[in-house]
Design a protein around this ligand. Structure first.
Ligand code: HEC
Length: 143
């Protein structure tokens, strides 16, 4: 009888132990998993690509450099007839406004695989991203 009670006690305790150690182990893992995940999602490979690029020496203008990129890669979706996400990118003012608010550059500098990356089918070539950021730095020249 005493043996049975002792046995039962040990079984319950060991179950408790297994449960709690599993639980602690999970908590312990989370301590590493969460920061690792944050680190991974903050790593921006596109900025690394940018520094490898040749510097832009000429002044960047909307008509010469930016309009062709936007017309090739963006206006099939961002036009007045059916503006995806409510965004029109058909002329200087449209593109300048979206660049000034930061949302255009935010979307084109996202990593491949990010659901918010623009254009939707993948990243712009680094040269195009460079031109757009340089255009912003140069003060949004039109011609
Ligand atoms: C195949 C269609 C498609 C193409 C091409 C495309 N977009 Fe988009 N874009 C969308 C859709 C759909 C949304 C709305 C959903 C979302 O926010 O992701 C959107 C949203 C956006 C937004 C956020 C909305 C806002 O008002 O700020 C920006 C900025 C943007 N696109 C910029 C661009 C730029 C720049 C290009 C070209 C380099 C581009 N898009 C190419 C479909 C497209």
């Amino acid at each position: 009888m005493l043996k049975q009670i002792l046995f039962k006690f040990i079984t319950i305790k060991s179950q408790e132990y297994i449960f709690s150690s599993k639980f602690n182990c999970m908590k312990y893992n989370l301590l590493y998993i969460i920061p690792a995940f944050i680190l991974i999602s903050c790593t921006n490979t596109s900025t690394d690509d940018l520094t490898d690029n040749e510097p832009i020496t000429e002044l960047v203008t909307y008509n010469m450099d930016i309009a062709p990129i936007i017309q090739n890669q963006c206006t099939q979706c961002h036009n007045t007839t059916s503006p995806s996400g409510g965004l029109v990118l058909e002329n200087y003012d449209d593109v300048r406004m979206s660049t000034e608010t930061g949302s255009l550059i935010d979307r084109i500098t996202r990593n491949i695989g990010d659901p918010l990356i623009m254009p939707q089918n993948g990243q712009l070539p680094p040269t195009s991203i460079n031109l757009i950021t340089q255009w912003q730095t140069d003060g949004y020249l039109e011609n």
